[in-house]
Design a protein around this ligand. Structure first.
Ligand SMILES: [Zn+2]
Length: 103
């Protein structure tokens, strides 16, 4: 059976991704890309600044120490946070916890 032409009217064409490809910009593109990354065995890590879960391609080599409920954790920093520098409050919090720990 030949599908009706209207079946294709709103198809969003998403490119094919491979594991390790850089993250695309569009929302649907990102989700398709993320599915491929998971299948390729890549796993997300929590950004130490924005606490969003990111794939390795979305993270910088930068690492920060963040306070967790009981102690500290070393977390990577995503590109968005690295560029925006929106980290002061988190770093301030970390400093407060560190001082409490040393006291
Ligand atoms: Zn981040």
């Amino acid at each position: 059976m030949t599908p009706y032409r209207s079946d294709f009217a709103h198809l969003h064409i998403i490119p094919t991704y491979k594991g390790g490809d850089p993250a695309p910009k569009g929302y649907l593109e990102w989700h398709e890309w993320a599915r491929v990354q998971l299948r390729a065995g890549l796993r997300q890590q929590e950004c130490g600044k924005c606490c969003k879960w990111k794939f390795p391609q979305e993270l910088t080599a930068e690492k920060i120490r963040v306070a967790t409920k009981r102690s500290f954790a070393i977390r990577p920093v995503c590109f968005e946070c690295f560029v925006s520098g929106e980290s002061r409050s988190v770093l301030g919090l970390e400093r407060n916890y560190a001082q409490m720990g040393e006291a």
